[in-house]
Structure formats: structure tokens, C-alpha cells
Design a protein around this ligand. Sequence first.
Ligand SMILES: [Zn+2]
Length: 218
Amino acid sequence: MFAIGHFALGYLAGKGSSKALKTRINLPLVIVLSVIPDIDLLLEIWNPTVFMHRGLTHSLITFTVVLIPFLIAYGRQAIPYYAVLLSHSLIGDFFTGGVGLFWPISQKWFGNYWMPIGGLADVIAELVLFAIATAIMFKAGDLQKLFRPKNHNLLLFIGFGAVLGPLLSPGGFESVLPTLLVPPSLFWLIVFAYSMFIELWSKSQKPPPGRKTSENLN
Ligand SMILES: [Zn+2]
């Protein structure tokens, strides 16, 4: 699955579980975590044995080991983010070629191949997920929050890279980006770029520390 589908699944999993647990989610963090398992596409260039694509960074064992310290520190607030990671491997990649769910304990591949990445079924699924998740994001007011200056907007450079990579890479990483996924890719590129810009702009407008503004002189 491409970033378009993973963003949507991650948001739906994170938002749904945060509602059930009555916690809040940080949308830029959800977006980043929804695609972070695919960092192995870059890491496998460095070490293809350890970072075989859809192995270590897609494993439920890795996700659970990473979850434990956050669960201790943040309690149930950490669980929606775990759900985001699970959505990547158990839904997105499971149905588009499978994953090594229990790597490194087992090298067995879990999933199915009837919906290959970049194929028509995958593209339709990603477009439908994009439409549903973006509509909910807008209705819930989460999308609009990306347009307010916040430090964590800058995390979106990872989401930006996950969308830009397949757009710029002629041979693709896992597969060539289907033309139908170009419009949603451009949508996210613009949203992420604007979100990061608004944060950087607001930072540049703040007076240096210690300098009194006309407001605090009054
Ligand atoms: Zn993946």
C-alpha cells in the first residue's frame, strides 16, 4: 500500500481508538507513524538482511517492544498510536502482499497476494480510504488543526517525504505510483507543506526572547 492508504488507515485506527479510550491524538504524529514502518525501504539499501522490506519494521513484536516504555510513561494515551502502527501491517500491507508479522521469531509471511500493490483493487481501496478518512478528518476539525502554527507540524516532513518519494521515483520503491493516486498525493504535499510553512512563518515573526513587545509594555 502507498502512503495515501496508510495515512487514511492510520487516522481511522488512531481516531477510532482514541474515541473509545477518551484520549486525544496528535495528528502529525499519527500521520508519521502510519508510514514509519516503510523506513525499511531506505534502510534495506544499507543492510538488506536485517532490514528486508516488510520484516523488522513491520513486525508486531517490534511494535509491542516499542510500545512498552510509552505505555509506562503515558498510559492509555499511547494505545491509539499502537493502533496506527498495527493498521499499517495488519490491514494496509497484509492485504497488498503480506508482511513478516512475527519477525525475527518467525520468518513466515502473513497476508494475501490477490490485491497487489499498485493494482486496480489496491488503487480503488486507497482512493476510498482517502475519501472517507479526509472527510472525517475535516468534519472532526482535525484537518483544520494542521493549518495552525504548532511545533509538531514540522514532523510532517516525514509524511511529505513518504508522498514525494514515489512521485519522484520513476521506477517507484515497491511499485510505480499509479496515476490515480497522483491527485491525493498532491493534496497531501500541499497540506503538509502549508502546515510546516505556517509554523516556520509564525516562529520567524516572534520577537527574540527578552525583547519587550508593545503588548507587554502596556
Ligand atoms: Zn509497509
